[in-house]
Write a protein that binds this ligand. Structure first.
Ligand SMILES: Cc1ncc(COP(=O)(O)O)c(C=O)c1O
Length: 434
Protein backbone atom coordinates (compact mmCIF):
# COMPACT_ATOMS: atom_id res chain seq x y z
CA UNK A 1 0.00 0.00 0.00
CA UNK A 2 1.23 3.50 -0.75
CA UNK A 3 2.41 5.33 2.30
CA UNK A 4 0.51 8.45 3.23
CA UNK A 5 2.43 11.56 3.89
CA UNK A 6 0.88 14.62 5.46
CA UNK A 7 -2.38 12.84 6.21
CA UNK A 8 -3.65 15.92 8.00
CA UNK A 9 -2.98 18.29 5.14
CA UNK A 10 -4.86 16.85 2.18
CA UNK A 11 -4.46 20.09 0.23
CA UNK A 12 -1.06 18.80 -0.83
CA UNK A 13 -2.73 16.10 -2.95
CA UNK A 14 -4.45 18.29 -5.47
CA UNK A 15 -1.47 19.30 -7.55
CA UNK A 16 -0.01 15.81 -7.63
CA UNK A 17 -3.11 14.30 -9.23
CA UNK A 18 -4.01 17.21 -11.49
CA UNK A 19 -2.47 15.59 -14.53
CA UNK A 20 -5.08 12.83 -14.42
CA UNK A 21 -8.00 15.16 -13.93
CA UNK A 22 -9.91 14.71 -17.16
CA UNK A 23 -12.71 12.19 -17.43
CA UNK A 24 -12.68 9.28 -19.84
CA UNK A 25 -9.12 8.08 -19.27
CA UNK A 26 -8.65 4.88 -17.26
CA UNK A 27 -7.18 5.33 -13.80
CA UNK A 28 -5.56 2.94 -11.35
CA UNK A 29 -7.59 2.75 -8.20
CA UNK A 30 -6.29 0.59 -5.35
CA UNK A 31 -4.50 -1.72 -7.75
CA UNK A 32 -7.18 -2.04 -10.45
CA UNK A 33 -7.94 -0.08 -13.60
CA UNK A 34 -11.29 1.68 -13.76
CA UNK A 35 -12.72 4.25 -16.15
CA UNK A 36 -12.53 7.77 -14.80
CA UNK A 37 -16.04 8.98 -15.45
CA UNK A 38 -15.88 11.88 -12.99
CA UNK A 39 -13.38 14.72 -12.83
CA UNK A 40 -12.37 14.26 -9.21
CA UNK A 41 -9.82 17.07 -9.25
CA UNK A 42 -12.43 19.53 -10.48
CA UNK A 43 -14.90 18.31 -7.87
CA UNK A 44 -12.26 18.81 -5.17
CA UNK A 45 -11.53 22.32 -6.37
CA UNK A 46 -15.24 23.07 -6.08
CA UNK A 47 -15.44 21.66 -2.55
CA UNK A 48 -13.78 23.56 0.28
CA UNK A 49 -14.14 20.74 2.82
CA UNK A 50 -12.34 18.25 0.59
CA UNK A 51 -9.13 20.13 1.32
CA UNK A 52 -9.61 20.04 5.08
CA UNK A 53 -10.21 16.39 5.94
CA UNK A 54 -10.50 12.93 4.45
CA UNK A 55 -14.28 13.16 4.50
CA UNK A 56 -15.77 9.70 3.94
CA UNK A 57 -19.23 10.38 5.32
CA UNK A 58 -21.43 11.24 2.34
CA UNK A 59 -24.06 8.84 3.70
CA UNK A 60 -24.23 10.98 6.83
CA UNK A 61 -24.05 14.45 5.36
CA UNK A 62 -21.84 15.03 2.33
CA UNK A 63 -19.62 18.02 1.68
CA UNK A 64 -21.54 20.69 -0.24
CA UNK A 65 -19.91 22.47 -3.16
CA UNK A 66 -18.82 26.10 -2.98
CA UNK A 67 -21.65 27.03 -5.32
CA UNK A 68 -24.28 25.43 -3.07
CA UNK A 69 -22.95 27.27 -0.03
CA UNK A 70 -22.73 30.57 -1.93
CA UNK A 71 -26.31 30.14 -3.13
CA UNK A 72 -27.57 29.70 0.42
CA UNK A 73 -25.54 32.57 1.83
CA UNK A 74 -26.59 34.92 -0.98
CA UNK A 75 -30.25 34.31 -0.21
CA UNK A 76 -29.73 34.84 3.50
CA UNK A 77 -28.09 38.18 2.61
CA UNK A 78 -31.11 39.06 0.50
CA UNK A 79 -33.40 38.25 3.43
CA UNK A 80 -31.20 40.41 5.62
CA UNK A 81 -31.56 43.33 3.21
CA UNK A 82 -35.28 43.20 2.47
CA UNK A 83 -37.05 40.67 4.71
CA UNK A 84 -37.87 37.00 4.24
CA UNK A 85 -41.17 37.35 2.37
CA UNK A 86 -39.86 39.98 -0.02
CA UNK A 87 -36.75 37.91 -0.73
CA UNK A 88 -38.90 34.82 -1.30
CA UNK A 89 -40.98 36.70 -3.88
CA UNK A 90 -37.80 37.62 -5.77
CA UNK A 91 -36.48 34.07 -5.59
CA UNK A 92 -39.75 32.45 -6.64
CA UNK A 93 -38.79 31.55 -10.24
CA UNK A 94 -35.61 29.93 -8.96
CA UNK A 95 -37.51 27.97 -6.32
CA UNK A 96 -39.95 26.82 -9.03
CA UNK A 97 -36.96 25.54 -11.01
CA UNK A 98 -36.09 23.23 -8.10
CA UNK A 99 -39.21 21.16 -8.85
CA UNK A 100 -38.09 20.79 -12.47
CA UNK A 101 -34.59 19.72 -11.49
CA UNK A 102 -35.81 17.18 -8.92
CA UNK A 103 -38.33 15.77 -11.41
CA UNK A 104 -35.69 15.55 -14.14
CA UNK A 105 -33.26 13.64 -11.92
CA UNK A 106 -35.76 10.86 -11.12
CA UNK A 107 -37.85 10.86 -14.31
CA UNK A 108 -40.95 12.45 -12.78
CA UNK A 109 -43.21 15.45 -13.54
CA UNK A 110 -42.81 18.64 -11.50
CA UNK A 111 -46.37 18.35 -10.13
CA UNK A 112 -45.36 15.04 -8.57
CA UNK A 113 -42.69 16.72 -6.41
CA UNK A 114 -43.08 18.23 -2.93
CA UNK A 115 -40.20 19.97 -1.19
CA UNK A 116 -39.81 18.90 2.43
CA UNK A 117 -37.31 19.23 5.25
CA UNK A 118 -36.19 15.63 5.69
CA UNK A 119 -36.78 12.13 4.42
CA UNK A 120 -38.32 11.14 7.75
CA UNK A 121 -40.91 13.95 7.52
CA UNK A 122 -41.70 12.80 3.99
CA UNK A 123 -42.15 9.19 5.03
CA UNK A 124 -44.28 10.27 8.00
CA UNK A 125 -46.73 12.49 6.12
CA UNK A 126 -47.18 9.98 3.31
CA UNK A 127 -47.71 7.06 5.66
CA UNK A 128 -50.16 9.09 7.76
CA UNK A 129 -52.04 10.01 4.58
CA UNK A 130 -52.59 6.32 3.87
CA UNK A 131 -54.62 6.16 7.13
CA UNK A 132 -53.67 2.60 7.87
CA UNK A 133 -55.87 1.01 10.52
CA UNK A 134 -56.56 -2.49 11.88
CA UNK A 135 -56.70 -4.94 9.01
CA UNK A 136 -54.28 -3.02 6.82
CA UNK A 137 -50.97 -4.63 5.99
CA UNK A 138 -47.44 -3.27 5.68
CA UNK A 139 -44.57 -5.29 4.31
CA UNK A 140 -41.20 -3.75 5.14
CA UNK A 141 -37.70 -4.76 4.19
CA UNK A 142 -35.08 -5.57 6.80
CA UNK A 143 -32.93 -2.58 6.00
CA UNK A 144 -35.71 -0.12 6.92
CA UNK A 145 -34.38 3.11 8.42
CA UNK A 146 -34.76 3.42 12.20
CA UNK A 147 -37.18 6.39 12.32
CA UNK A 148 -39.39 4.83 9.67
CA UNK A 149 -39.32 1.43 11.41
CA UNK A 150 -40.34 3.09 14.69
CA UNK A 151 -43.32 4.66 12.91
CA UNK A 152 -44.30 1.32 11.35
CA UNK A 153 -44.05 -0.47 14.69
CA UNK A 154 -46.14 2.26 16.35
CA UNK A 155 -48.85 1.75 13.71
CA UNK A 156 -48.72 -1.96 14.39
CA UNK A 157 -48.81 -1.62 18.17
CA UNK A 158 -51.41 1.14 18.41
CA UNK A 159 -53.60 0.65 15.35
CA UNK A 160 -53.40 -3.10 14.87
CA UNK A 161 -51.84 -2.80 11.41
CA UNK A 162 -50.18 -6.07 10.42
CA UNK A 163 -46.44 -5.54 9.94
CA UNK A 164 -44.40 -8.19 8.13
CA UNK A 165 -40.66 -8.01 7.61
CA UNK A 166 -39.35 -9.71 4.47
CA UNK A 167 -36.38 -12.05 5.01
CA UNK A 168 -33.19 -11.46 3.05
CA UNK A 169 -31.20 -13.86 0.91
CA UNK A 170 -27.53 -14.80 1.23
CA UNK A 171 -26.61 -11.54 -0.50
CA UNK A 172 -28.40 -9.56 2.28
CA UNK A 173 -30.92 -8.18 -0.19
CA UNK A 174 -34.65 -8.71 -0.01
CA UNK A 175 -35.59 -12.28 -0.91
CA UNK A 176 -37.92 -11.78 -3.88
CA UNK A 177 -39.52 -15.23 -3.59
CA UNK A 178 -40.36 -14.53 0.06
CA UNK A 179 -41.74 -11.12 -0.85
CA UNK A 180 -43.94 -12.67 -3.51
CA UNK A 181 -45.15 -15.32 -1.07
CA UNK A 182 -46.09 -12.58 1.42
CA UNK A 183 -47.81 -10.46 -1.23
CA UNK A 184 -49.82 -13.50 -2.37
CA UNK A 185 -50.89 -14.51 1.10
CA UNK A 186 -53.11 -11.57 2.10
CA UNK A 187 -54.85 -8.37 1.06
CA UNK A 188 -52.93 -5.76 -0.99
CA UNK A 189 -50.15 -4.35 1.14
CA UNK A 190 -48.16 -1.18 1.52
CA UNK A 191 -44.58 -2.23 0.75
CA UNK A 192 -41.81 -0.03 2.01
CA UNK A 193 -38.21 -0.47 0.91
CA UNK A 194 -34.96 1.36 1.64
CA UNK A 195 -33.19 1.36 -1.73
CA UNK A 196 -29.77 1.63 -0.04
CA UNK A 197 -29.83 1.42 3.75
CA UNK A 198 -28.10 3.39 6.46
CA UNK A 199 -26.55 0.27 7.99
CA UNK A 200 -24.91 -1.28 4.93
CA UNK A 201 -24.10 -0.59 1.30
CA UNK A 202 -26.43 -3.15 -0.26
CA UNK A 203 -28.65 -2.06 -3.14
CA UNK A 204 -32.16 -3.50 -3.16
CA UNK A 205 -33.53 -4.88 -6.45
CA UNK A 206 -36.12 -2.11 -6.65
CA UNK A 207 -37.22 -2.72 -10.24
CA UNK A 208 -38.05 -6.35 -9.48
CA UNK A 209 -39.74 -5.33 -6.22
CA UNK A 210 -41.78 -2.70 -8.07
CA UNK A 211 -42.98 -5.29 -10.58
CA UNK A 212 -44.07 -7.66 -7.81
CA UNK A 213 -45.86 -4.95 -5.84
CA UNK A 214 -47.75 -3.89 -8.98
CA UNK A 215 -48.66 -7.50 -9.78
CA UNK A 216 -50.33 -7.87 -6.37
CA UNK A 217 -51.94 -4.39 -6.31
CA UNK A 218 -49.75 -3.12 -3.50
CA UNK A 219 -48.63 0.43 -2.77
CA UNK A 220 -44.88 0.93 -3.09
CA UNK A 221 -43.08 3.47 -0.90
CA UNK A 222 -39.41 3.79 -1.82
CA UNK A 223 -36.99 5.32 0.66
CA UNK A 224 -34.30 6.58 -1.71
CA UNK A 225 -32.53 8.69 0.89
CA UNK A 226 -29.16 7.04 0.29
CA UNK A 227 -29.54 6.52 -3.44
CA UNK A 228 -30.72 9.77 -5.06
CA UNK A 229 -27.60 11.57 -6.32
CA UNK A 230 -25.65 8.31 -5.97
CA UNK A 231 -27.39 5.83 -8.28
CA UNK A 232 -29.57 6.45 -11.33
CA UNK A 233 -33.28 6.11 -10.51
CA UNK A 234 -36.21 6.38 -12.88
CA UNK A 235 -39.46 6.30 -10.94
CA UNK A 236 -41.41 5.09 -13.98
CA UNK A 237 -39.04 2.15 -14.37
CA UNK A 238 -39.13 1.35 -10.65
CA UNK A 239 -42.90 1.78 -10.55
CA UNK A 240 -42.95 3.21 -7.02
CA UNK A 241 -46.00 5.18 -5.87
CA UNK A 242 -43.92 7.34 -3.57
CA UNK A 243 -40.21 8.13 -3.38
CA UNK A 244 -38.65 10.04 -0.52
CA UNK A 245 -35.19 11.49 -0.27
CA UNK A 246 -33.13 13.95 1.69
CA UNK A 247 -30.86 16.73 0.45
CA UNK A 248 -27.79 16.50 2.63
CA UNK A 249 -26.47 13.08 1.62
CA UNK A 250 -25.52 12.10 -1.93
CA UNK A 251 -27.23 15.18 -3.37
CA UNK A 252 -24.78 17.38 -1.42
CA UNK A 253 -27.51 19.91 -0.64
CA UNK A 254 -27.90 21.86 2.63
CA UNK A 255 -29.25 20.21 5.76
CA UNK A 256 -33.00 20.48 6.34
CA UNK A 257 -33.90 19.88 2.70
CA UNK A 258 -35.39 16.99 0.76
CA UNK A 259 -38.18 16.04 -1.57
CA UNK A 260 -41.02 13.60 -2.03
CA UNK A 261 -42.26 12.20 -5.31
CA UNK A 262 -45.90 11.06 -5.43
CA UNK A 263 -47.02 9.31 -8.59
CA UNK A 264 -49.72 11.47 -10.22
CA UNK A 265 -52.32 8.71 -10.05
CA UNK A 266 -51.69 8.28 -6.29
CA UNK A 267 -51.98 11.95 -5.32
CA UNK A 268 -55.78 12.03 -4.95
CA UNK A 269 -55.67 8.97 -2.66
CA UNK A 270 -53.19 10.59 -0.32
CA UNK A 271 -54.89 13.29 1.74
CA UNK A 272 -52.58 14.89 4.29
CA UNK A 273 -53.86 14.35 7.85
CA UNK A 274 -52.88 17.89 8.84
CA UNK A 275 -52.96 20.12 5.75
CA UNK A 276 -50.95 23.30 6.05
CA UNK A 277 -51.90 26.69 4.60
CA UNK A 278 -49.42 25.91 1.83
CA UNK A 279 -51.21 22.61 1.07
CA UNK A 280 -54.86 23.68 1.13
CA UNK A 281 -57.17 26.68 0.55
CA UNK A 282 -59.72 27.44 3.29
CA UNK A 283 -62.68 28.28 1.07
CA UNK A 284 -65.67 28.48 3.44
CA UNK A 285 -66.45 28.39 7.15
CA UNK A 286 -66.02 24.65 7.26
CA UNK A 287 -64.64 23.67 3.90
CA UNK A 288 -61.31 23.68 2.13
CA UNK A 289 -59.65 22.46 -1.08
CA UNK A 290 -56.47 20.47 -0.91
CA UNK A 291 -53.81 21.26 -3.52
CA UNK A 292 -54.10 18.94 -6.50
CA UNK A 293 -50.36 18.33 -6.79
CA UNK A 294 -47.82 16.68 -4.51
CA UNK A 295 -47.42 20.09 -2.89
CA UNK A 296 -50.31 19.07 -0.64
CA UNK A 297 -47.53 17.69 1.58
CA UNK A 298 -45.62 20.95 1.85
CA UNK A 299 -45.61 23.48 4.65
CA UNK A 300 -45.68 27.23 4.27
CA UNK A 301 -42.67 27.73 6.44
CA UNK A 302 -39.45 26.52 4.94
CA UNK A 303 -35.88 27.61 4.45
CA UNK A 304 -35.97 29.31 1.06
CA UNK A 305 -32.18 29.54 1.20
CA UNK A 306 -32.07 25.78 1.77
CA UNK A 307 -34.41 25.13 -1.14
CA UNK A 308 -32.29 27.26 -3.43
CA UNK A 309 -29.24 25.35 -2.20
CA UNK A 310 -31.04 22.10 -2.99
CA UNK A 311 -31.72 23.45 -6.47
CA UNK A 312 -28.05 24.33 -6.95
CA UNK A 313 -27.03 20.84 -5.81
CA UNK A 314 -29.54 19.19 -8.15
CA UNK A 315 -28.24 21.26 -11.06
CA UNK A 316 -24.72 20.10 -10.28
CA UNK A 317 -25.73 16.42 -10.35
CA UNK A 318 -27.58 16.94 -13.63
CA UNK A 319 -24.60 18.75 -15.10
CA UNK A 320 -22.16 16.01 -14.03
CA UNK A 321 -24.63 13.32 -15.10
CA UNK A 322 -26.05 10.67 -12.80
CA UNK A 323 -24.85 7.79 -15.01
CA UNK A 324 -21.14 8.77 -14.85
CA UNK A 325 -21.57 9.59 -11.16
CA UNK A 326 -23.00 6.15 -10.47
CA UNK A 327 -20.31 4.45 -12.58
CA UNK A 328 -17.53 6.18 -10.64
CA UNK A 329 -19.01 5.84 -7.17
CA UNK A 330 -19.82 2.15 -7.57
CA UNK A 331 -16.34 1.44 -8.96
CA UNK A 332 -14.76 3.24 -6.02
CA UNK A 333 -16.99 1.42 -3.51
CA UNK A 334 -16.06 -1.95 -4.95
CA UNK A 335 -12.34 -1.17 -4.95
CA UNK A 336 -12.41 0.03 -1.35
CA UNK A 337 -14.29 -3.08 -0.22
CA UNK A 338 -11.90 -5.38 -2.05
CA UNK A 339 -8.91 -3.66 -0.46
CA UNK A 340 -10.41 -3.70 3.04
CA UNK A 341 -11.35 -7.36 2.69
CA UNK A 342 -7.67 -8.12 2.09
CA UNK A 343 -6.60 -6.55 5.40
CA UNK A 344 -6.11 -9.22 8.10
CA UNK A 345 -8.62 -8.73 10.93
CA UNK A 346 -11.06 -6.68 8.84
CA UNK A 347 -14.43 -8.08 7.81
CA UNK A 348 -16.38 -6.26 5.14
CA UNK A 349 -20.04 -6.42 6.13
CA UNK A 350 -21.73 -6.55 2.71
CA UNK A 351 -20.77 -8.46 -0.46
CA UNK A 352 -17.57 -6.96 -1.85
CA UNK A 353 -19.03 -6.52 -5.32
CA UNK A 354 -22.02 -4.49 -4.13
CA UNK A 355 -22.61 -1.58 -6.56
CA UNK A 356 -22.62 1.34 -4.14
CA UNK A 357 -20.24 3.82 -2.52
CA UNK A 358 -21.27 2.87 1.01
CA UNK A 359 -18.78 0.46 2.57
CA UNK A 360 -19.36 -1.11 5.98
CA UNK A 361 -16.91 -3.22 7.94
CA UNK A 362 -15.81 -4.34 11.38
CA UNK A 363 -12.32 -4.73 12.76
CA UNK A 364 -12.02 -7.83 14.91
CA UNK A 365 -11.28 -7.15 18.57
CA UNK A 366 -12.13 -3.45 18.64
CA UNK A 367 -15.46 -1.64 18.88
CA UNK A 368 -16.52 0.19 15.71
CA UNK A 369 -16.89 3.45 17.66
CA UNK A 370 -13.24 3.13 18.73
CA UNK A 371 -12.13 2.53 15.14
CA UNK A 372 -13.99 5.70 14.16
CA UNK A 373 -12.32 7.68 16.95
CA UNK A 374 -8.86 6.38 15.96
CA UNK A 375 -9.45 7.30 12.32
CA UNK A 376 -10.67 10.76 13.33
CA UNK A 377 -7.29 11.33 15.03
CA UNK A 378 -5.81 10.90 11.55
CA UNK A 379 -8.40 13.28 10.08
CA UNK A 380 -10.19 10.39 8.34
CA UNK A 381 -13.90 10.96 8.89
CA UNK A 382 -16.14 7.90 8.98
CA UNK A 383 -18.96 6.92 11.34
CA UNK A 384 -20.08 3.97 13.41
CA UNK A 385 -23.64 2.75 12.77
CA UNK A 386 -24.97 0.87 15.81
CA UNK A 387 -27.62 -1.87 15.76
CA UNK A 388 -29.99 0.61 17.44
CA UNK A 389 -30.14 2.28 14.00
CA UNK A 390 -31.19 -0.94 12.30
CA UNK A 391 -32.32 -3.81 14.52
CA UNK A 392 -34.01 -5.65 11.67
CA UNK A 393 -30.73 -5.53 9.73
CA UNK A 394 -27.67 -5.32 12.02
CA UNK A 395 -29.59 -6.86 14.95
CA UNK A 396 -30.65 -9.83 12.84
CA UNK A 397 -27.10 -10.27 11.59
CA UNK A 398 -25.78 -10.19 15.18
CA UNK A 399 -23.54 -7.18 14.53
CA UNK A 400 -23.50 -4.58 17.36
CA UNK A 401 -22.12 -1.82 15.11
CA UNK A 402 -20.32 -1.34 11.80
CA UNK A 403 -17.82 1.26 10.66
CA UNK A 404 -19.30 3.04 7.64
CA UNK A 405 -17.14 4.77 5.04
CA UNK A 406 -19.13 6.46 2.28
CA UNK A 407 -17.44 8.15 -0.63
CA UNK A 408 -18.38 10.89 -3.02
CA UNK A 409 -17.01 12.45 -6.18
CA UNK A 410 -14.61 14.68 -4.24
CA UNK A 411 -12.77 11.75 -2.64
CA UNK A 412 -9.49 10.97 -4.36
CA UNK A 413 -6.97 8.14 -4.27
CA UNK A 414 -5.22 9.74 -1.30
CA UNK A 415 -8.39 9.73 0.79
CA UNK A 416 -8.84 6.04 0.02
CA UNK A 417 -5.20 5.23 0.71
CA UNK A 418 -5.42 7.05 4.07
CA UNK A 419 -8.45 5.01 5.08
CA UNK A 420 -6.78 1.75 4.11
CA UNK A 421 -3.47 2.56 5.72
CA UNK A 422 -4.91 3.60 9.05
CA UNK A 423 -7.41 0.74 9.23
CA UNK A 424 -4.50 -1.64 8.55
CA UNK A 425 -2.52 -0.08 11.39
CA UNK A 426 -5.47 -0.33 13.80
CA UNK A 427 -6.21 -3.96 12.87
CA UNK A 428 -2.51 -4.84 13.17
CA UNK A 429 -2.22 -3.31 16.63
CA UNK A 430 -5.31 -5.15 17.86
CA UNK A 431 -3.96 -8.44 16.50
CA UNK A 432 -0.60 -7.85 18.20
CA UNK A 433 -2.24 -7.22 21.57
CA UNK A 434 -4.41 -10.34 21.32
C1 LIG B 1 -32.00 4.94 4.37
C2 LIG B 1 -32.36 6.17 5.14
N1 LIG B 1 -33.65 6.55 5.17
C3 LIG B 1 -34.05 7.66 5.82
C4 LIG B 1 -33.14 8.43 6.50
C5 LIG B 1 -33.64 9.63 7.25
O1 LIG B 1 -33.29 10.81 6.59
P1 LIG B 1 -33.60 12.21 7.31
O2 LIG B 1 -32.63 12.32 8.46
O3 LIG B 1 -33.41 13.22 6.25
O4 LIG B 1 -34.97 12.16 7.82
C6 LIG B 1 -31.79 8.08 6.52
C7 LIG B 1 -30.80 8.89 7.25
O5 LIG B 1 -29.69 8.50 7.50
C8 LIG B 1 -31.39 6.92 5.80
O6 LIG B 1 -30.11 6.54 5.77
Amino acid sequence: MDSISEANTPTSDADASHAASSTGAPVTLVGATVDRTVDVVLERERTAGAMLSRHLNAAGSALPSLHVVETVVAHLRLEESMGGYEAAALARPRVEAVYDAAAELIGAHRDEIALIDSASSGLRVVLDALRLRAGARIIATRATYVSHALHLMTLSREEGVVLDIVPTGADQRTDLAELERMLQSGPPAVVTVAHVPTSSGIVEPVIEIGALVAQYDGFFVLDATQSVGHLAIDVREVGCDVLVTTGRKFLRAPRGTGFVYVRSSAIARLLPTAPDVRAAHWTELSDWDVDGTARRFETWEASIAGRLGLGAALEEVLERGIAPTEAWLTAVGRRVRAALAAVPGVRVAEPVDTPSAIVTFVVDGIASADVVARLAQQNVRVVSVPATHGQWDLGTRGIPAVVRASLHVYNDENDIAALLEHVTVIAGEVAERA
